[in-house]
Design a protein around this ligand. Structure first.
Ligand SMILES: Nc1nc2c(ncn2[C@@H]2O[C@H](COP(=O)(O)OP(=O)(O)OP(=O)(O)O)[C@@H](O)[C@H]2O)c(=O)[nH]1
Ligand SMILES: [Mg+2]
Length: 632
């Protein structure tokens, strides 16, 4: 069965609620206060089955000018409007305001009902029809059927139903794809059931048993039960009136204006890029920096208007602008919003959210226009590239990109593949980095390495960690892949935690060469009892840190062996000791520390590090006190 949502709109007392009752039999004014005052305050919900193949959810909104925020919440996400004008009053202020709101929200279809036909002469109905025709001229309701009815007598109610059905047939049912979002419009508890929330599912779908997150608080809950149009169901999807029975969350923890979504599928934002249209009203311009009331779905928040290329916006203008929110909100690109004055209760305009993680814009008009056009109308691939570029060296996580494109991860796979194929971006782990930045990163890495070598002629390679901290911040796997790619391309060598520049033949400075020779000579002479680093440095008149660098380089070249910490031996000395150890083990199968002592004559100070060195280099294996030859 096809499902759509119809919303009422129109001035106070024009008979919206009465009309919904005449159409569906459901009275939407539930509250005591509503009954007493005869006005609608909260949103009301009804539904109607047109035969077996069309189910229409109906949202009844209040007409009172003080409740326009509820009207916006109700109208947000409807598929068509039932636009109500009373025959005895004709077009009134909220008739115009509601029409503006519907238009700003991007509602494309509707039907006009002139109510209270029974109260006026037929001439009057004709006059009202003319006024309505004038009002909707050039707007989305132009040319739609106008049906005059009486909810009291029931006259033409069937005709209206027929017309609604016709318009509804042209409406495409909402896609169930997309990110699941359910803005909460009511929260209550039922004894024995716990917390119930209701709302209109605006995108995606959800199932019983799923875990959901309550945005913006981040609380998690499980869906114990689910109803769509008051009937138990196992899933609910876009375009349905839904009630969720939530487990694990108290009524006080949710309020109207919060949003139910899947955990971590949405993002809080406190600044957006948007298209903003200021209605053609007889008002002054709105200045840059003004505080406005920003309405989206059931949420409203104060927002500061940031005009990017002008000091103020005049009535009738449409601009690319930013909004900074006083409290973070959950938004997706493509969401429509309404702006009202923060003091005066007037709808000023509205627009479309374009980027929920915007960058700072260069205030050049041409550039701004290009960005505006790109965000507004370019393909998924182009917008994807734009967001990846914004991530600079750090790039952007795949799941974040999906949110920035207003869709699910699986819906952007193709676009990502295309960007990779055209060498526009690389997917590294789950991070997307634009090729411009990734190749620049690699270039910087190489330059840093070369610079390090030039400045530290005594060192062998730079530690990975040091290199990484000197480069722009990226995720560790991005750094690793950059290293690996450069290594594969023969630009550098990777050795444990060191990065070495490939093919550097150091024009070893004479003094360095002499120093090295002296070190080697000392170590050769001292055999198995080399001096400690400090002694050697003092002996050769070198700084300890320089000596350490030089020993590191000699170790790298295989001329000395680093046994432990700062304990270095001549490489040949270790090599011949190794042979003796092997000889011994081949003959005796095992070697006790005393055997080693007899063989070498060294004290414990050297003996223990040497034995451990042979274990570590996998020549021997320890078994209790003994050493055995490691065969494998
Ligand atoms: N005679 C007559 N009275 C009507 C008709 N439709 C509504 N009324 C009356 O008009 C008054 C207002 O009707 P509602 O349906 O509450 O108006 P509303 O547009 O829902 O008002 P708000 O929700 O407060 O904006 C009520 O007293 C209704 O009985 C009609 O077709 N004929
Ligand atoms: Mg009403």
């Amino acid at each position: 069965m096809k499902q759509i949502v119809i919303g009422t709109a129109g001035h106070i007392d024009h008979g919206k609620t009465a009309l919904v009752k005449a159409l569906t039999g459901i009275d939407c004014d539930r509250l005591k206060e509503e009954k007493e005052r005869g006005i609608t305050i909260e949103l009301g919900f009804a539904h109607y089955r047109f035969g077996d193949d069309l189910l229409a959810g109906i949202v009844d909104v209040p007409g009172h000018e003080r409740f326009v925020k509820h009207m916006v919440a109700g109208a947000w996400g409807i598929d068509m409007v039932l636009f109500v004008v009373a025959a005895d009053e004709s077009v009134m202020p909220q008739t115009r305001e509601h029409l503006d709101i519907c238009e700003l929200l991007g509602i494309k279809r509707g039907i006009v009902a002139i109510t209270k036909k029974d109260l006026v002469e037929p001439d009057m109905v004709e006059l009202v029809k003319e006024e309505i025709t004038d009002l909707v001229k050039g707007r989305f309701l132009e040319g739609t059927p106008i049906v005059a009815v009486s909810s009291t007598t029931g006259e033409n109610i069937d005709l209206l139903k027929e017309q609604i059905r016709k318009v509804a047939d042209e409406i495409q049912e909402r896609s169930k794809a997309g990110i699941f979002r359910l803005p909460v419009d009511r929260v209550f508890t039922i004894k024995g059931f716990g917390t119930i929330i209701t709302g209109t599912c605006i995108s995606g779908q959800v199932h019983v048993g799923e875990e959901v997150e309550i945005y913006p608080t981040g609380r998690r809950a499980r869906i114990r039960n689910l109803q769509a149009y008051h009937e138990d169901a196992s899933e609910a999807s876009a375009g349905q009136r839904v009630a969720l029975n939530l487990q694990g969350v108290e009524k006080q923890e949710i309020e109207r204006g919060t949003l139910i979504g899947r955990p971590e599928s949405l993002m809080l934002t406190s600044r957006i890029d948007a298209t903003f249209r200021y209605l053609k009203l007889p008002f002054k311009g709105i200045k840059n920096g003004s505080i406005l009331r920003f309405h989206v779905a059931t949420t409203q928040v104060e927002a500061r208007l940031i005009l990017l290329d002008r000091k103020s916006i005049e009535p009738g203008e449409e601009v690319f602008a930013q909004f900074i929110f006083m409290e973070p909100v959950v938004l997706l690109p493509g969401d429509r919003f309404i702006l009202r004055g923060s003091y005066s209760v007037q709808t000023l305009g509205g627009g479309t959210v374009l980027d929920v993680m915007p960058r700072r814009h260069a205030r050049k008009t041409g550039e701004l226009e290009r960005t505006h056009a790109l965000l507004r109308e370019s393909s998924l691939v182009e917008r994807g590239e734009y967001h990846i570029l914004k991530g600079a060296y750090e790039g952007i996580r795949k799941e974040t990109l999906a949110v920035l494109l207003g869709t699910e991860e699986k819906a952007i796979e193709k676009a990502i593949a295309e960007l990779a194929q055209n060498r526009k971006a690389s997917l590294i782990g789950r991070t997307l980095v634009h090729s411009t930045y990734f190749s620049d990163y690699k270039t910087r890495l190489q330059a840093l390495l070369a610079d390090f070598y030039a400045k530290n002629p005594l060192k062998v390679g730079i530690s990975k960690e040091e290199l990484r901290t000197r480069l722009p911040k990226v995720e560790s796997h991005v750094f690793q892949v950059a290293l690996e790619e450069l290594s594969k391309a023969g630009q550098l060598e990777l050795e444990k935690d060191k990065v070495l520049l490939k093919g550097v033949t150091r024009t070893a400075d004479k003094s360095v060469q002499q120093g090295e020779e002296q070190i080697l000579k000392k170590l050769q002479r001292s055999g198995l009892t080399p001096p400690i680093l400090g002694e050697l440095a003092a002996d050769l008149n070198l700084k300890e840190s320089n000596l350490r660098d030089m020993l590191g380089k000699l170790a790298h070249e295989g001329k000395v062996a680093r046994i432990k910490g700062d304990m270095y031996f001549d490489a040949d000395v270790i090599e011949s000791l190794k042979k003796k150890v092997i000889d011994h083990l081949e003959k005796h199968k095992e070697m006790m520390p005393s055997d080693f002592k007899n063989m070498t004559g060294v004290s414990r100070k050297y003996m223990i590090p040497l034995l451990e060195y042979f274990d570590e280099t996998r020549l021997t294996i320890r078994s209790g006190d003994k050493r055995l030859l490691r065969t494998a």
